[in-house]
Design a protein around this ligand. Structure first.
Ligand SMILES: [Zn+2]
Length: 153
């Protein structure tokens, strides 16, 4: 993972731990080959719908070293399965509140799937964009593409 991203992730994790929330790194940097492997595996499970669950190899934010997935530990319970993670709404609401202060955004916001190439909202997938942009996007409910369009970048 990219150095600055990792440093900010560590700070985020520490702050959440102080609040009694334990996030753990599930997946950071991913090569195109690794993404292809996952794509092939998910294709067996989801068939032609696979594109809803992950980005096409070569186009994943995980290739940038700026994106990461987390899972949760709640007491002695490990919350790592996608369905369980989706159900952990209260915990994620508290995690999401802290993201912008550490420069992270939720890559696909609920309702913004279309703008995000049809990818699904995943409460556990974050992208580092820097504190300034992250705060603007969080305040205004923007995904990166909207932010970049609005600021003519
Ligand atoms: Zn991800």
């Amino acid at each position: 993972m990219e150095k600055e991203t990792l440093a900010h992730y560590d700070a985020l994790r520490k702050e959440l731990l102080d609040e009694g929330i334990d996030i753990e790194l599930d997946s950071g940097y991913r090569s195109v080959e690794k993404q292809q492997e996952l794509w092939d595996r998910f294709s067996k499970k989801y068939g032609p719908d696979v594109g809803k669950y992950m980005a096409v190899p070569g186009y994943s934010e995980h290739h940038t070293g700026l994106a990461l997935d987390v899972f949760l530990i709640d007491g002695d319970k490990i919350i790592r399965d996608n369905d369980d993670l989706f159900a952990a709404k209260d915990l994620f609401a508290r995690v999401h509140k802290r993201l912008a202060d550490h420069g992270f955004i939720i890559s696909v916001l609920p309702g913004k799937e279309k703008i995000c190439e049809g990818l699904a909202y995943e409460p556990w997938h974050y992208r580092y964009v820097g504190v300034g942009p992250a705060r603007v996007m969080a305040d205004r409910g923007l995904v990166l593409k909207e932010y970049l369009t609005e600021f003519h970048m």
